[in-house]
Design a protein around this ligand. Structure first.
Ligand code: COI
Length: 355
């Protein structure tokens, strides 16, 4: 793919060393854009100064939400290399989402090339402080000016970059999670496993309620029985019960997380029994009562590994062990970030250097 590059004449100041890099608030100097229409396919790939996008008010994305997004990160290694983590997985998931939402797929190599070229142009923005990275947000949306309900015939694929610190203000400190048994996020056959804004807007009502009660995030139960655990708003969820690592099996309504997949692989490599299966909230509650709920943690690109110290399910409050960071959560955080930062050997060939 040919990518035209137009550099900005007015570069912004880089964030200072003491800037906390609050998640998703600062954007770099450039962005990637590519257009699609049914006659030309994807065309006119370009990197341009970061700028507003002009769209018709009738653009279909505003009315029927035909859009998708991804999230991955670039890391500054100690030896000066800039590394991506498993970008091929994001490319594959993009195309799975696009198929589900009747949007045009993007060749995997073009998706990864666009990210590499953009990060190369804005390499100076990859932060170096511990716990920081350059968050990469690719997204695709419908642009046809039309109010009928059908797939759009034109789209834009855009990538923006944002230097970030921890997703939760708590950092690696354990978060409090609200288990939602009234609202639901997704149902089988719907779009729960697609990475699309609709799943996140569906989560807001319960999230606002959880925040008002002093909780960071919502843990969703399945949409039919309100019994089986699915995922948390911005991450997948894992439990360690009596030394066994358990996570909900992907069932069509759960997002197939890249960090989830990596954590399963690392735990298996370390000799843990990992079960991907249905797990009910009653089982978690019983394990807590029996004293064998050893750890709970979330996984996600933005959240990395987020220990959960406290759960509320209706009238039941559960503190997970002493409410601190569990041993496995800490080991996973250290290992994943160690690989991502090029400090630990990458035996699975997950990192991709930007040259
Ligand atoms: C990510 O972890 O990259 C996500 O997309 C979660 C997001 C909603 C912050």
């Amino acid at each position: 793919m040919d990518i035209r590059i137009e550099r900005t004449n007015t570069p912004k100041d880089l964030p200072g060393k003491d800037n906390p890099l609050v998640f998703g608030t600062i954007f770099t100097d450039h962005m990637f854009i590519m257009d699609y229409d049914t006659s030309k396919g994807w065309h006119d790939a370009r990197i341009v100064p970061y700028q507003p996008i002009s769209l018709e008010p009738s653009a279909m994305v505003f009315h029927y939400g035909q859009e998708m997004f991804e999230g991955l990160k670039a890391y500054q290694a100690e030896d000066g290399r800039v590394l991506l983590f498993r970008p091929d997985m994001n490319a594959k998931r993009t195309n799975k989402t696009c198929k589900r939402l009747c949007m045009p797929e993007i060749p995997e190599e073009d998706f990864v090339q666009a990210i590499k070229e953009l990060v190369k142009v804005d390499k100076a923005w990859v932060p170096t402080k511990e716990g920081t990275s350059l968050y990469i947000r690719p997204f695709i949306f419908a642009t046809s000016p039309f109010l009928g309900v059908r797939p759009s015939t034109t789209y834009k694929f855009v990538i923006i970059l944002s230097p970030v610190g921890a997703y939760y203000p708590e950092g690696l400190d354990p978060v409090k999670i609200w288990i939602e048994d009234d609202y639901v996020r997704a149902v089988k056959g719907g779009i729960g496993e697609a990475k699309t804004g609709g799943n996140y807007v569906a989560s807001l009502k319960a999230q606002v309620k959880a925040h008002e009660e002093g909780f960071s995030q919502v843990l969703w139960l399945d949409g039919v029985h309100r019994k089986y655990i699915e995922e948390v708003g911005a991450m997948n969820i894992f439990f360690v019960i009596d030394k066994v690592v358990v996570t909900p099996k992907l069932n069509g309504s759960i997002l197939p997380g890249v960090t989830r997949d990596s954590v399963i692989r690392l735990c298996k490599d370390w000799g843990y029994t990992v079960e991907e299966r249905k797990i009910s909230i009653d089982e978690v509650y019983q394990a807590h009562k029996d004293g064998i709920l050893e750890e709970v943690f979330g996984t996600g690109t933005a959240a990395v590994i987020s220990p959960v110290g406290y759960l509320r399910w209706g009238k039941h409050d559960m503190q997970v062990q002493d409410g601190g960071i569990g041993n496995l959560s800490q080991k996973l955080y250290d290992s994943l970030t160690g690989i991502q930062l090029g400090k630990l050997q990458d035996t699975n060939n997950w990192t991709v250097e930007i040259e």
